[in-house]
Design a protein around this ligand. Structure first.
Ligand SMILES: Cc1ncc(COP(=O)(O)O)c(C=O)c1O
Length: 405
């Protein structure tokens, strides 16, 4: 183990260590949080919760937003709003962090994993449409998986890495079969698809404010929608489904998924800086793009012409045959230089946790998983640190060519 791998939680990083991604706290966070502490408004109601919801709804272009304790709980509630029930199936990206698939299981339903396209690493709409058209049966009211006989109830595309999924073909097929689209935009706050903000395009969208996200509340989430009934239901379900707060009468099995005012205060301060954060991320991407373009075997992240990417994560693909080094060797080599990098997630159709889920073959995701490496890209990454990452990468690529690493 090297210094980059050994970091214990809470321990100060070794001198010169460059982390993959860390929060940027440089706005009104302290003063807003202090105000909550000074006024005793620390818990689950308060003006910052309302303000944070308003700010995120505005950004997503939706009428309503409901703050939640994290992004996973927002996804869970979104699935319930979409009418997903026990033993339904939900189509979801296979190349993603595990949370959306877990949320499908929390609702008692089954994920059907869809492969990624290799250009932008997003859910492949062609594969999704192909599955719906060829492997499902439509009786005019309900769509069923021919193989399992289960109802296919919703589509959950996950916008990964700050870049959108190509949504139009998905929206079209969802309309044809009357299926709600739940956008997992947890990695996509501030990104746009054909000019529209992610999260606000499907029936319901979800965000995360986990520590590695483009803005953070330490932990937190948000559900956005234009559907007034769904928004009210989301508020109800996330606050223990309370019908009478004095007599403690509850009309359904609810959840304690509220975000505290304290954390929402931090969220408001972070939202004020979102545009600056996006600019910083895009500048980092540009600098990497210029400096790494000539390294053989390195495919740099692309921005589709229909996309505005935040480059939340800067993920390169390493072709070992051309680079002379594979992604995991590069990870180790960079770690030896105090630089933290990470692969993408194990595609979920391979995950032991989801071995009962259905999937078609997903070969593209498996290749992407093998080749991907995310480079340091914190909003506050200094020019000096960025140059150091570039230097170590460039030198090791040169050595790779001559076999002298
Ligand atoms: C794609 C994706 N979906 C869902 C989540 C879950 O969000 P949270 O950690 O806030 O529960 C995350 C990240 O954490 C994510 O990256």
């Amino acid at each position: 183990m090297n210094s980059a791998e050994k970091l214990a939680p809470g321990a100060p990083p070794p001198l010169g260590f460059i982390p993959l991604i860390v929060p940027e706290i440089r706005g009104n966070e302290w003063s807003y949080v202090k105000e909550c502490l000074d006024t005793n408004w620390v818990s689950s109601v308060g003006s910052y919760v309302d303000r944070f919801e308003k700010l995120v709804a505005e950004r997503a272009g939706t009428k309503y937003a409901v703050a939640t304790v994290n992004g996973t709980s927002a996804l869970h509630i979104a699935l319930l709003l979409a009418g997903v029930e026990r033993d339904d199936e939900v189509l979801v990206s296979t190349l993603t962090f595990i949370a959306p698939a877990n949320a499908i299981r929390y609702a008692g339903a089954w994920p059907i994993f869809i492969d990624a396209e290799p250009r932008y690493c997003q859910m492949d709409p062609e594969r999704l449409v192909d599955f719906l058209e060829r492997q499902c049966l439509w009786d005019g009211k309900t769509l069923r998986n021919r193989q399992t006989g289960r109802r296919v109830k919703a589509i959950l595309p996950v916008h990964i890495l700050g870049h959108p999924v190509d949504l139009d073909p998905i929206l079209a097929v969802a309309k044809k079969y009357a299926m709600p689209v739940i956008e997992d935009a947890t990695e996509g706050l501030g990104a746009r698809y054909k000019g529209k903000s992610l999260g606000g395009i499907g029936e319901v969208g979800c965000f995360s404010f986990n520590g590695n996200k483009i803005i953070t509340t330490g932990g937190g989430g948000m559900l956005v929608t234009n559907n007034a009934e769904w928004a009210a239901r989301a508020k109800y379900l996330t606050t223990q489904a309370k019908d009478d707060p004095v007599e403690y009468v509850h009309g359904a099995i609810g959840y304690n998924y509220r975000l505290t005012n304290l954390l929402a205060a931090m969220g408001c301060a972070q939202m004020e800086q979102l545009d600056n954060f996006i600019t910083a991320k895009r500048q980092i991407a540009q600098r990497y793009g210029e400096a790494l373009a000539t390294i053989p075997g390195l495919q740099l992240p692309q921005e589709a012409e229909w996309a505005f990417s935040t480059f939340w994560m800067y993920t390169v693909l390493v072709d070992k045959t051309k680079a002379g080094i594979d992604s995991r060797q590069w990870l180790k080599h960079l770690a030896e230089h105090g630089i933290q990098t990470r692969p993408l997630w194990q595609p979920l159709h391979l995950s032991p946790a989801h071995k009962c889920g259905g999937s078609m073959s997903c070969p593209k995701s498996e290749t992407l998983y093998r080749d991907a490496l995310s480079l340091p890209c914190s909003v506050g990454l200094s020019q000096t640190d960025l140059d150091r990452v570039i230097e170590v990468l460039t030198k090791s690529a040169d050595q790779g060519k001559t076999g002298s690493r």
